[in-house]
Write a protein that binds this ligand. Structure first.
Ligand SMILES: [Zn+2]
Length: 440
């Protein structure tokens, strides 16, 4: 799939991963990504300053009385958190640079800052072809992220607790958290789970698409009729995660296993990147009963931007055509507006509104999923879990991580109040993170 030159460049970048020279398929998708080489970066440097923010800003409910005018100002003022992103795959496997504006990735620190994101929870994930050596791979991945942070201490802070996170936000830094996707990586060992925790990983998705020693996956339960639920080891894992202060992530988990978790867990349950089954019937999505159970636990659901989990009739080719048009227009505006991010967003949004298309999957569908959760269980349990760089095609307007402000604008148009929008953008996850991942 990948040209030889990419393998050579990758080997140059990754002495620890010299044999990991190509990317065979994505995280959410089962096919190859078809993305362009990621090694080249443009000259944009990481020079966008982030506003210093405190958790108490979420309680400021009347800072912007005219939201129709100030939607984008609110966006850059709020704490914005994304609970799932797979950039570490292209960063470590293909040589993309986290700290530069990579032309071939949906996200990186430049794009996050332009998009007003303050906190990214990185997915620690083992691609299928390395699954024979999961835990060793994961340790190297975390080493690599720590090395990257040590080399770029001004670029981002790597946080492992609520206290470190609020300190990072208060210093105006972009904050990174780690979450693990796929319990296969602990290789059936409780000691490995504890090591993951000690290395700073703060959620574990119990399964990816394949079942493992912990329990059965949504895909296996749905497509292969496996109904095993959590194993005895899986039950011990959930109990130990509760003791450690590690979030149990049920995205990708089978429904039988899900209800086992609900019965066992004494802490809020999260789905870091899942949507609503009643709007898009896909095994990766949550039924209304599951959404209610997560809310009852005091938990959190991060809305996934992958069109397949939002719109059963979506067409990726049509979406990509729309995105290419939006992206090209936005490039012009970006040059024109420079560091004026609010002005840039107003112009980009005006362009999108004036050039509305009837193809692809519009962002309104994504907002429908947020609305559905809010109507079902209230405002306190939904947030953003984009899945950017997990080999996904996102909805039309969310072509990359510079586009988060469009979500805020749409929420304003749907009539959400400032307080509610702050909760969706980050406040809800902050609440859960504070409850489960605070230092003793
Ligand atoms: Zn996933």
């Amino acid at each position: 799939m990948k040209p030889t030159i990419l393998a050579i460049i990758t080997a140059m970048f990754l002495c620890n991963f010299a044999c990991f020279s190509t990317r065979s398929g994505g995280n959410e998708s089962t096919g190859t990504s078809g993305s362009k080489p990621l090694n080249t970066t443009d000259s944009s440097q990481n020079n966008i300053t982030t506003t210093k923010k405190t958790d108490s800003t979420m309680n400021n409910t009347s800072k912007f009385p005219d939201l129709n005018k100030d939607a984008f100002k609110l966006h850059y003022d709020a704490i914005v958190i994304d609970t799932h992103n797979d950039i570490l795959m292209p960063v470590f496997l293909e040589g993309a640079d986290l700290n530069k504006n990579n032309p071939g990735t949906q996200s990186d620190i430049i794009k996050w800052k332009k998009g007003g994101l303050d906190v990214q929870m990185f997915s620690i994930y083992v691609p299928e072809r390395y699954k024979s050596n999961d835990f060793k791979y994961v340790m190297k991945l975390i080493d690599k992220l720590e090395e990257n942070q040590a080399e770029n201490p001004e670029s981002f802070a790597l946080c492992t607790s609520y206290q470190e996170l609020t300190a990072g936000l208060e210093s105006g830094k972009f904050c990174a958290l780690m979450g693990a996707e796929g319990g296969n990586m602990i290789e059936g060992s409780m000691e490995n789970l504890e090591t993951l925790y000690s290395r700073g990983v703060r959620y574990l998705g119990l399964t990816w698409n394949t079942s493992n020693a912990i329990g059965t996956s949504a895909r296996d339960e749905t497509e292969r009729g496996k109904k095993g639920g959590l194993t005895d080891f899986g039950k011990d894992v959930v109990k130990r995660m509760n003791e450690l202060g590690m979030l149990v992530d049920v995205s990708h988990l089978g429904e039988t296993a899900f209800w086992d978790v609900v019965e066992l867990s004494n802490a809020p349950i999260i789905a870091s990147h899942s949507n609503c089954y009643s709007l898009a019937p896909h095994y990766r999505n949550l039924t209304d009963d599951q959404i209610k159970a997560i809310a009852k636990s005091g938990g959190y659901i991060g809305i996934n931007f992958f069109y397949k989990f939002l719109d059963p009739n979506g067409n990726p080719g049509a979406i990509k055509n729309v995105q290419s048009k939006y992206r090209n227009a936005a490039k012009q505006f970006a040059d024109e507006y420079g560091d004026d991010l609010v002005g840039f967003n107003e112009k980009r949004y005006e362009y999108i509104e004036e050039n509305k298309v009837n193809s692809g999957t519009p962002i309104d569908v994504l907002i429908d999923h947020i609305d559905h959760i809010v109507q079902l269980v209230g405002i306190d349990y939904v947030g953003l879990g984009s899945d950017f760089d997990g080999s996904i095609t996102t909805v039309n307007e969310m072509y990359d991580a510079t586009c988060y402000p469009i979500i805020t604008k749409k929420l304003v148009e749907r009539g959400y109040k400032e307080e509610d929008i702050r909760k969706i953008l980050g406040g809800n996850f902050m609440r859960v993170f504070k409850q489960v991942c605070s230092k003793p």
